[in-house]
Design a protein. Structure first.
Length: 296
């Protein structure tokens, strides 16, 4: 595991953007998709797609989860996990109609336990993260806070609790906690199909070239030069402004970046590769007499 991390660190060092990372499928990511039913582009009326969607504002209600920063308390190339898990958490929120309390997922758990299937601070795969959560589940971040590092996969590094006094307290593995699971996941290709997926079921994870994002302050990104996908974000909607069609993107670089942690980019041009590597996951369906979660 550590040898793999060293090799990937070299790849990160030569990336064009100082905050880019290696996007790749780890050897344990053996199932790139798991689909058991039709996808939105197969069953909705595509000609009736809404002209704009923004899951941050649905009739005045925000249905997305909190903003994230993958780079504190130190640099970690875990964008692939942030993009994937924020889109999944947003979909859980949408299914729950924004009900309180908000459910946020423990990305640190994937770094600790999903290295061989999903990735590490040295890079990884959004669909690898979806496969890992499908097979293993993921606790909430109140079980395990994000530390921007890779630790051993142990019970205490899955869900923990602590007691005082300050400076002299002890921590232990929490035994009773909640896990959330993925039901289905897959890639989606084509602008209209991506729009259908977002409009029908919620945000998606997407690859992008992070180089232009470094200097982004706001507005609609229109650069369409050839892209080297080295970053994963999520797309939470789309719209049109002054005749320019755009995607609404969620980044994981903090609220002090971009438009409060978000950005817009021209739609339909594969700008910075944003329409090239798009994937989605659905939370495990509640069904009658069950729930989105299961107790560990």
């Amino acid at each position: 595991m550590r040898l793999l991390a060293v090799v990937l660190a070299i790849a990160v060092a030569v990336s064009a953007s100082p905050r880019s990372t290696k996007i790749f499928n780890p050897p344990g990511h053996t199932q790139p998709r798991h689909v058991t039913g039709p996808e939105p582009y197969q069953y909705i009326n595509m000609s009736a797609l809404p002209t704009s969607v923004d899951w941050r504002n649905v009739n005045g209600q925000n249905l997305v989860t909190k903003d994230l920063n993958q780079h504190i308390p130190q640099y970690c190339g875990s964008c692939w996990a942030h993009g994937a898990m924020s889109s999944l958490a947003d979909r859980i929120s949408i299914l729950r109609k924004g009900a309180w309390p908000q459910i946020n997922l423990a990305i640190q758990y994937i770094l600790n336990c999903g290295t061989d299937m999903a990735g590490s601070c040295y890079g990884g795969s959004a669909t690898g993260a979806f496969q890992f959560v499908k097979e293993n589940g993921i606790p909430q971040d109140t079980c395990l806070l994000y530390q921007a590092d890779d630790f051993d996969c142990t019970p205490i590094n899955t869900c923990r609790n602590c007691k005082g006094p300050p400076g002299q307290g002890t921590c232990w593995a929490q035994q009773n906690y909640t896990k959330y699971y993925v039901d289905q996941y897959n890639d989606v290709n084509g602008v209209q199909n991506i729009m259908a997926e977002i409009a029908t079921r919620g945000p998606v994870a997407a690859g992008i070239d992070a180089t232009v994002l470094e200097d982004y302050k706001g507005g609609i990104i229109t650069q369409t030069q050839p892209a080297d996908i080295n970053h994963i974000i999520s797309i939470v909607g789309y719209g049109t402004a002054n005749g320019v069609d755009y995607w609404i993107g969620r980044n994981s670089w903090g609220q002090y970046w971009g438009e409060g942690g978000w950005f817009r980019i021209i739609r339909g041009k594969n700008a910075l590769g944003i329409e090239e590597m798009v994937s989605w996951a659905t939370p495990r369906s509640p069904g009658k007499g069950s729930s989105y979660w299961s107790h560990s």
